[in-house]
Design a protein around this ligand. Sequence first.
Ligand SMILES: [Zn+2]
Length: 271
Amino acid sequence: MKWEFRQQDAVSCLTLPGWNQLGVVTAFTTRDGGYSTGAYKSLNMGLHVGDDRELVIANREIVCRSLGFELQQMVCCEQIHGNGVVVVEKHHAGRGSADLSDALLGYDAMVTDCPGVFLTEFYADCIPVYFFDPVKRVIGLAHSGWKGTALRIAEATLNVMRDRFHCLSDDIRVFIGPGIGPECFAVDDNRRNQVERLFTFHDQIIYSYNENRYVWDLHLSNRLILQQSGIPEDNIISCHICTACNPEMFFSYRKTGGHTGRMAAVLGLLD
Ligand SMILES: [Zn+2]
């Protein structure tokens, strides 16, 4: 199974045709096709970054329309760079979709078995990790920046799928989406030491790049966390596009010193 870009109306999203065929809407937006201007040009999906609220909501509506659902079906969590996982139910539909203050507070990952709610998170360099169990029909979405990666949020999400929904590791498919690549994520000695203490496979994820500079591969870290917690290697699809290396296509926090918009990761079960 592979990912691909799909153009629908003015919006170009990265998607997984294989999951879509199984009744799961899967998307990662690019920065093209919206109303925002300046640093947020143009499809900024984040309400929390200083952009005009009305424009962001209009942008979100464009994406909803192109993916075939309503803004009121979107569910967003606060994204605090922690590892809290919330189980999303039908009555959560619309939370955080038009107002930051009613997003699901304190969480960075969402899991649901309810069709018709569209889990949505916002990104500029952090790694989006999408989960789908086609047997139990359960989905999950985890926001894994460097802090979430250090806290193993991908594993925390798996644990909720297994404990709460009885998903089997062999059934769970995972898509690791676009995020900052290792060539753009240099780390200092402190961070490097911290990572080396956290992961047995640290020599694979922290390495020397361009002579004296050490970098941290967040993408591979998430893959190895998943494999270490029981997901078969072949169940994991990876997209290695770097958000910082592609400023025409993506917003990047690191590249811009933080003054930028957000892409959206969207995952929803159809009826
Ligand atoms: Zn890069």
